[in-house]
Design a protein around this ligand. Structure first.
Ligand code: SAM
Length: 439
């Protein structure tokens, strides 16, 4: 494919202490292979979930993925100055936030705007390097930083690579009384070249009932162009989707979670089945889950262990037959602090593990088993990579979680079982157990 030349930006953003991006070599470590639904043989991984600062992670990815990623959607911190918490309780009254059970979520607090731009600039620059020649990036922000980001993106991608400025509108309560309520976000869409992928037919929507009525009664209406009412229209660049609210099935409790319908439109428009879709600020994993559902390969990264835990849980709950891997960068450490207590029983080649309780470092927690989010077994643990073959996962609003997992071995011999559990704050712990299956 011919690479089109980037046009020169007519403006350049300066901020205090601006430096050109510099990258230190980095590597990633594989720590988990997850096989939802117990698929035993497939090594056809559909996605990679990565814990770590995304600058380190993207630098490490360059070796394999430079120029390979078809679509990037990112929803970074917005420069709001807030610290967000994650809701981990169930069934609480939305109107009484003081009673919610929460843990810390992520920080969107900065010394000043310059510190924020120092964070954003090198990351956007490296995202461009990762994009394929026909790739597209969607950068999701709001009024706090989108104007600055627009100038930066013009510089990095070229002003003529701006494909759209999407406005996502929504409604909801607001404490504002002396201004209009701020109820839209801005999504800047840039392509790497002029030969980009855009699937208009995949995102068509029905015409407005008033348009249908007008043209049905008078085909000569309008300005000479008769719309194909059956086929529908390509959406305008302003989109309405409701925000993810407490009663929505997709709600995870992770702060600032974006609606699946919004991400679905983006993935359908700008990627094809089998393409690679990446989200380097993945939060609760909306992009990974929707990409997986739509048959795309995906890469999802976050620096918060709780975000990675939420995404992992969400992918398992999705119950798709798509194995995926989980990685961490050198600085990305999981939050340890849980010990699963199990009994193991054998009957011939059938082995059953029963989870009896957990010891958790969390001082306050719900009683067992409501304090467990996930527990899982690697039936042939090698002491290094955890291969999650069987899982019990608590869904978002349930107290119950399965407490028994079983497996039938094909060969006699000595085996090490790895049993791993995550509590309801995302703390993790692993124990091992030896068994011998007689001939
Ligand atoms: C706005 S939230 C993303 C929400 C997500 N779109 C969703 O639907 O759940 C931003 C996320 O960026 C993560 N984050 C912030 N700085 C990061 C960094 N340097 N590297 C990786 N993740 C980062 C935060 O932990 C947070 O989860």
């Amino acid at each position: 494919m011919k690479r089109s030349r980037r046009s020169k930006p007519f403006a350049r953003l300066e901020w205090h202490g601006r430096r050109e991006p510099a990258y230190r070599p980095a590597s990633l470590q594989l720590d988990t292979e997850a096989y939802p639904k117990g698929a035993l043989t497939s090594s056809d991984f559909s996605g990679q979930l990565i814990l770590g600062d995304n600058l380190t992670v993207m630098t490490a990815l360059l070796t394999e993925w430079e120029g390979q990623i078809d679509l990037i959607y990112v929803d970074p911190p917005f420069l709001t100055g807030k610290a967000y918490s994650t809701r981990i309780g169930r069934g609480e009254d939305s109107r009484r936030p003081s009673e919610w059970q929460t843990v810390s979520g992520y920080q969107d607090t900065w010394r000043d705007g310059a510190e924020y731009l120092d964070m954003l600039y090198p990351r956007l620059d490296i995202m461009r390097r990762l994009l394929s020649p026909s790739g597209t990036i969607y950068l999701h922000l709001d009024w706090h930083a989108s104007a600055y980001a627009r100038v930066l993106m013009d510089e990095i991608f070229g002003p003529n690579r701006l494909l759209n400025e999407i406005v996502w509108i929504y409604h909801g309560p607001s404490p504002i009384r002396r201004a209009f309520k701020r109820k839209h976000d801005t999504i800047l869409v840039y392509t790497k070249s002029k030969d980009y992928n855009f699937n208009a037919d995949a995102v068509r929507v029905a015409y407005d009932p008033s348009t249908v009525k007008t043209f049905s009664s008078s085909p000569k209406a309008g300005f000479g162009k008769v719309p194909d009412l059956e086929r529908g229209k390509v959406p305008e660049d302003w989109w309405y989707f409701p925000v993810v609210a407490r009663l929505h099935k997709e709600r995870t409790g992770y702060p600032t979670q974006k609606p699946e319908a919004l991400i679905e439109r983006i993935i359908l428009a700008s990627s094809n089945p089998g393409d690679i879709v990446a989200d380097f600020f993945c939060g609760s994993g909306t992009t990974a889950v929707v990409a997986s559902r739509l048959g795309r390969q995906w890469i999802a990264c976050d620096s918060s262990p709780l975000a990675i835990h939420t995404t992992y849980r969400r992918l398992l709950l999705e119950n798709l037959d798509h194995p995926f891997t989980s990685w961490r960068s050198e600085e990305g450490t999981r939050s340890q602090g849980v010990k699963p207590l199990v009994t193991v029983s054998q009957s011939g080649s059938l082995v059953q593990v029963a989870l009896e309780d957990i010891q958790s470092e969390n001082p306050e927690g719900e009683p067992f088993p409501a304090n467990i989010n996930i527990w899982e077994v690697d039936w042939e643990f090698d002491g290094d990579i955890f291969r999650s073959r069987s899982q019990a996962v608590r869904s978002w609003r349930e107290d119950e979680i399965g407490t028994h997992l079983k497996h039938t071995y094909q060969q006699p011999g000595d085996y090490t079982l790895g049993v791993r559990a995550f509590d309801n704050q995302g703390l993790v712990g692993l124990i091992t157990h030896q068994i011998t299956l007689p001939t």
